[in-house]
Design a protein. Structure first.
Length: 80
């Protein structure tokens, strides 16, 4: 209801050009808002990706150390 009243007032006050100007300004603000939302989403997803990579690396370290020990023991057995 409020939108219809605003549109009617704009048509009466300045005609179609005033209404088009208002719509353009509103669309520009909405576009800026969408850009901010996309930027925020990118930052959050990048942070999550970094966190997951760090966690995977942290979990992989004991396995890599175990493999290195096993390879060293295998090399010592092969020397004998």
């Amino acid at each position: 209801m409020a939108v219809a009243l605003i549109a009617a007032a704009m048509l009466l006050a300045g005609g179609l050009e005033a209404l088009q100007g208002l719509i353009t300004i509103a669309a520009l603000l909405f576009a800026i808002l969408l850009c901010l939302v996309m930027w925020s989403l990118y930052r959050v997803l990048d942070e999550e990706s970094t966190h997951l990579r760090r966690e995977a690396r942290r979990q992989r370290q004991p396995v890599d150390a175990w493999i290195a020990r096993e390879m060293a023991e295998q090399a010592q057995r092969d020397k004998k």
